[in-house]
Design a protein around this ligand. Structure first.
Ligand code: DGJ
Length: 712
């Protein structure tokens, strides 16, 4: 709900209020973000207070007024606000800007063109005019009554030629206080590790300058009171609906804490000619009073209702067998048919043919960009494989890496200038990035993919991306290198949008060398994303735990792979691999032919068991019970929205001798309902399960357990 009283704006979602106002001089001041409050005048919260060395702008209404101390809604550069600005542009007259309120509009159609965005909601557009330059800024606020996520973005309109140097999507100044910040950092095979630290004075900035949101830092930052925990306390979340180079900042200043973010300004510059508009991607500002756990559930609900493709989000997911770790590049048609036969017999419903089916792709040194079937490897092409899938009652999926080009490829030989950068270029995985900032190259790749999707019965596409951008220019980007990173992303989104729109029957899964571009931008097109190349259940439990801070379980693609694990060499039980994979969209990625008869029966049972709890994974609320980073035990619980059913999965890292009778308290149940815990044969009230808890099972290293919990 959006309430406008004079120049005061009060935005309300399910439980929060967000209040700001334009003061008498037209400065847009941030007043409040947190639990819902009454709609009344709270301008006293931004009363000017004189502070030495904080200058007043030329036309300040009070000598105590300074942009340096007043809480701003979108801080600018050069008029005495020494905190980091949200917007910097340069024009002939200099760099300073001074934005003032001009008016507002209510609209239901304010999506940022060409970018993934929130689905639904009502939008407030607040118009600001610069008093120093001919520039207009519109701040957009999209509110959904069913959610505690407020979506913001900004648009800059040039009335004169200028160059944007920094355009953040949002900015706000939280009241002074002791805060902690939590970010999700990582690396390939170890994505989204939570890291919580105190926010000291100065700047905490997380960013990616890799042309992709990256494994190394996820575009998500939580800011919370020092006393906030997993289950209680006020927590703010700041996530971006963007998949490219980004920056998020929390700056503890002399009077408050500025939080802001959007496109990474490092290397960014965007030329705007008179009359042109620049649109920044959307940001998701979330609030919860129930700690990090509450914040994660706010985000999970928001993703499911307002970001993920609506026609896919709640439908049962394909359970795939992916041939990557079964064969790598070493396959032919008979080998694939054998894998399909094995999979069909176990109840797997989709076969996904991974890397290596096209051009001369015998290894990862060649052929990216040559999107035609390698008929030497696959006698008769894809059709015999697809026909075999159909005969076995299975569907067929295909891997692409649409954004890449190998030097050793027909495409590169024909168009060497289509690769990002100019020689000498950096290589990564022996490949270059394709210059998708150019619409004609987007068209080319679209046509290659569309042709295959039209010709063959393909129900599933895995879209991979296996290197980051190093050069930020192309054959045709002359003089506009600062725009390249964002123009590249616009090209990626244009391709994804066109494919998703024109092939509604195809299920798209995102991937980037595992979970390297796991973000809201990609999830707008892809209902699920390959969470990590690391499928060792011990490592995976941690990766999924970290990912769950900001993303729903249903968005995590989770496979059972071989033991010993191909990444870590660790041996684990098939049951452990299955249990951990059941906490997301489950699938398989191993040579099924190598399983014993007993293991095959176990896989059959896993698939049946997964389908039994799948609705909890797709629709339920996640409660993190025991932190694998801080303890010997990983445990999570998915609870149905009506609190009649729940599913717990746990893992013990190390067997500790004589360490018995440890209790684990459940969460999220109804205190007054009685539940039966199937595996323990116990029937107890929710209050008992949540306060007294259950005993942890006695398990050995890396063993797992599940509890199916049902109301009686
Ligand atoms: C990286 C992905 O994460 C893997 O699953 C696999 O698809 C390989 N790329 C193929 O090159």
């Amino acid at each position: 709900m959006i309430t406008v009283s004079g120049r005061r704006f009060h935005l309300r979602g399910a439980n929060y209020s967000y209040v700001f106002e334009a003061d008498g001089a037209g400065y847009l001041l941030h007043l409040y973000f947190g639990r819902r409050i009454a709609d009344e005048d709270i301008s006293f919260l931004a009363a000017p207070c004189f502070l030495s060395f904080s200058p007043e702008p030329p036309d300040a209404l009070s000598p105590a007024f300074s942009l340096d101390t007043e809480p701003q809604e979108y801080g600018c550069y050069g008029q005495g606000d020494f905190r980091r600005p949200a917007l910097v542009f340069v024009r002939e007259g200099g760099r300073a800007s001074n934005l003032r309120y001009e008016g507002y509009e209510l609209t239901s159609d304010a999506v940022p063109a060409g970018l993934p965005h929130v689905r639904g909601g009502e939008t407030l557009a607040v118009k600001l005019r610069d008093t120093l330059a001919d520039v207009r800024v519109t701040l957009f606020y999209t509110v959904n009554d069913d959610s505690d996520v407020l979506v913001r973005h900004a648009e800059i309109e040039a009335g004169e030629d200028l160059v944007l140097e920094r355009v953040f999507s949002f900015s706000l100044d939280l009241p002074a206080g002791d805060y902690d910040v939590l970010r999700l950092h990582g690396r390939h095979l170890a994505e989204r590790i939570p890291c919580r630290t105190a926010l000291g004075h100065g700047l905490c900035r997380i960013e990616s300058s890799r042309g992709a949101s990256s494994h190394q830092m996820n575009p998500f930052l939580a800011v919370m009171g020092r006393d906030a925990s997993e289950d209680s306390g006020d927590v703010y979340g700041f996530g971006l609906i963007y998949s490219g180079s980004f920056a998020l900042e929390a700056e503890r200043c002399q009077t408050d804490v500025r939080v802001q973010g959007g496109l990474n300004d490092l290397g960014f510059s965007w030329r705007l000619k008179k009359g042109e508009v620049f649109t920044a991607p959307q940001a998701m500002l979330a609030w919860s009073s129930s700690g990090m756990g509450g914040l994660s559930r706010v985000y999970a609900d928001f993703f499911r209702t307002h970001i993920l493709p609506p026609e896919r989000v709640f439908s049962p997911r394909p359970i795939v067998i992916n041939n990557w770790e079964a064969t790598y590049f070493d396959f032919d048609t008979p080998a694939l048919l054998k894998l399909i036969d094995e999979a069909a017999a176990l109840g797997i419903d989709t076969f996904v043919l991974d890397d290596g089916w096209f051009g001369a792709r015998s290894d990862d040194h060649r052929a990216l960009g040559d999107w035609y079937v390698n008929c030497e490897k696959l006698a008769g092409g894809l059709d015999p494989v697809i026909a075999h899938c159909k005969e076995r009652g299975m569907k067929f999926g295909l891997w692409f890496e649409p954004e890449m080009i190998s030097e050793n490829s027909d495409l590169f030989r024909a168009h060497p200038g289509w690769a990002v950068g100019t020689p000498p270029r950096c290589k990564s995985r022996d490949q270059y990035v394709l210059d998708l900032s150019r619409p004609e190259i987007v068209d080319y790749i679209y046509n290659c993919m569309a042709k295959l999707l039209q010709l063959h019965d393909i129900s599933y596409v895995k879209w991979d991306m296996n290197r980051h951008l190093t050069e930020f220019c192309g054959e045709k980007s002359g003089g506009r290198e600062g725009e390249f990173a964002h123009r590249y992303m616009l090209g990626v989104y244009a391709l994804a949008e066109r494919l998703a729109k024109n092939f509604p029957g195809v299920f798209f899964e995102g991937c980037s060398g595992g979970g390297g571009r796991f973000d809201a931008g990609m999830l707008y097109y892809f209902p699920q994303f390959w969470t990590s190349d690391d499928t060792d259940p011990f490592e995976r439990a941690k990766i999924q735990w970290g990912t769950s801070y900001a993303y729903p379980m249903s968005a995590m693609s989770c496979h059972v792979s071989a033991s010993p694990n191909h990444q870590t060499g660790r041996e684990t039980l098939l049951s452990a691999r299955g249990h951990i994979a059941s906490l997301g969209a489950t699938g398989y990625e191993l040579d099924l032919g190598k399983l014993s008869a007993e293991e095959k029966e176990a896989v059959k049972a896993q698939i049946i068991a997964y389908r039994e709890v799948e609705d909890l994974i797709l629709r339920g609320d996640l409660y993190r019970l025991s932190d694998p980073f801080g303890s010997n035990v990983f445990a999570e619980l998915a609870v149905s929205k009506d609190k009649t059913r729940a599913y717990a999965v746990g893992m013990v890292e190390r067997f500790i001798p004589s360490d018995y009778n440890r209790r684990l308290r459940l969460k999220g149940l109804d205190e007054n309902k009685r539940y039966h815990v199937r595996e323990l044969g116990l029937t107890l009230h929710g209050s008992t399960l949540m306060h007294a808890g259950l005993l942890l099972p006695k398990l050995h290293d890396l063993e797992t357990w599940v509890w199916h919990i049902e109301q009686v």
